[in-house]
Design a protein around this ligand. Structure first.
Ligand SMILES: Cc1cc2nc3c(=O)[nH]c(=O)nc-3n(C[C@H](O)[C@H](O)[C@H](O)COP(=O)(O)O)c2cc1C
Length: 288
C-alpha cells in the first residue's frame, strides 16, 4: 500500500509544475538522473496487488530490433518510459497510479514528460517490452528536457485544446451525495490540497472524468463515463482514475494524513447513470 515519499520538493509545487511537454531539446539525460529514475521504479508500489513493468527505452538502441518512436506531436525525444501490465480488474488504475508517481518524480528531477496513449508505435514498443499474450502496453511517455522552441503544432494545440483548463470544484467534487456540490470554501477537514491536486491531474484529452464524494473522512472515487469507451480494448478513464488516486494519496502522505483505498459500499442514493463507483479512500482511524 505504501509508496515511500522521496520527492525533494513540495508535492503541491511538483503537481503545479507538471505540464505535458511535447517538444524536447537535444540535451542528454545524465546517467545519474537515469539511475535515480531506475531506483525509483524499483521502489514503486500502488494501491492494488498488480505488477506493472516499467522500462526506460532509448529509441537509438533498437532493442529486440524495434524502431521506437511516436508520430504526430512529440518532437525531439529519444528516451521513453514504457509500462506494461497483465490484464486484470484493476490493472489500469494501478498503472495510472504508479506511472503518475514516476512522472511526478521525473518532474521533481527537472525532466519533461507527456502521457501518450494514442500516437505511438505500439507494435514496436511491444516488441521492445516483450509484451506477451494477456499483457497490455497502453501508455508511454517521452522523457527529456523541454525545448524552448515549441513546434508550431504544439503551440497551436496548447492554445486550442484547453489543456490548461480544469473543471471547477463544484462540477467534480460533492458532499455526501451527488445532489450537493462541494466548493473549496467548504469545511474540508485538512483535505483541501488533496482534492485540489486531483483537480490539477492530467487526463486523456483533458476529460477529467473523476468525481469524488466526500463523506466525513471517506472519499468515494467515481468515473464519469458518458460514452462506453473501449476503443483500444481498454478503458482509458481507468488510467485517469489511477492518476487521480495517486495525486490524492501522495498529497495525504506528505501531509501525514494516514489512510488507504478500499472497495466498500458507498451507500449513495441516486448516482447519475453514467457515474461508476470504483473505490474509497478511508482515513486510517476509520478503516473498516
Ligand atoms: C492516459 C492519458 C493519455 C494521454 N494521451 C495523449 C496522447 O496520446 N497524445 C497527447 O498529445 N497527449 C496525451 N495526453 C496528455 C493530455 O492531453 C494532457 O495531460 C491534458 O490535456 C492536460 O494537459 P497537461 O498535461 O499539460 O496538464 C494523455 C494524458 C493521459 C492522462
Amino acid at each position: 500500500m505504501s509508496n515511500k515519499f522521496i520527492f525533494n520538493e513540495d508535492i503541491n509545487k511538483i503537481i503545479t509544475k507538471r505540464k505535458s511537454v511535447r517538444t524536447y531539446n537535444t540535451e542528454k539525460i545524465p546517467d545519474e538522473i537515469l539511475n535515480k529514475l531506475n531506483e525509483y521504479i524499483k521502489s514503486l508500489s500502488g494501491p492494488f496487488d498488480e505488477k506493472v513493468v516499467f522500462k526506460i527505452l532509448d529509441s537509438k538502441e533498437h532493442i529486440n530490433g524495434a524502431k521506437l518512436g511516436t508520430y504526430g506531436i512529440i518532437k525531439g525525444a529519444t528516451k521513453f518510459i514504457a509500462a506494461k501490465i497483465k490484464e486484470g480488474e484493476v490493472a489500469l488504475e494501478e498503472l495510472g497510479y504508479e506511472m503518475e508517481s514516476l512522472v511526478l518524480y521525473a518532474t521533481a528531477l527537472g525532466l519533461g514528460t507527456c502521457w501518450i496513449g494514442g500516437t505511438f508505435k505500439k507494435g514496436q514498443f511491444a516488441k521492445a517490452m516483450e509484451v506477451e499474450s494477456g499483457e497490455i502496453l497502453p501508455i508511454i511517455s517521452p522523457i527529456g528536457y523541454e525545448s524552448e522552441n515549441k513546434s508550431f503544432v504544439e503551440k497551436t494545440m496548447r492554445r486550442f485544446s484547453n489543456c490548461d483548463h480544469r473543471k471547477p470544484w463544484n462540477k467534480i467534487f460533492f458532499f455526501r451525495d451527488f445532489s450537493c456540490p462541494l466548493t473549496e470554501h467548504a469545511t474540508l477537514d485538512g483535505f483541501k490540497d488533496a482534492l485540489e491536486n486531483v483537480r490539477l491531474a492530467p487526463s486523456a484529452l483533458n476529460k477529467q472524468p473523476w468525481r469524488i464524494v466526500k463523506h466525513g473522512d471517506d472519499f468515494h472515487f467515481f468515473i464519469s463515463n458518458d460514452k462506453e469507451e473501449a476503443k483500444e480494448g481498454y478503458d482509458i478513464n481507468k488510467i485517469d482514475l489511477g492518476i487521480a488516486m495517486c495525486h490524492f494519496d501522495l498529497t495525504c502522505k506528505e501531509l501525514g494524513i494516514n489512510g488507504g483505498f478500499k472497495v466498500i459500499d458507498p451507500k449513495i442514493e441516486e448516482v447519475p447513470k453514467h457515474y461508476k463507483y470504483i473505490i474509497t479512500w478511508i482515513k486510517e482511524e476509520q478503516k473498516r
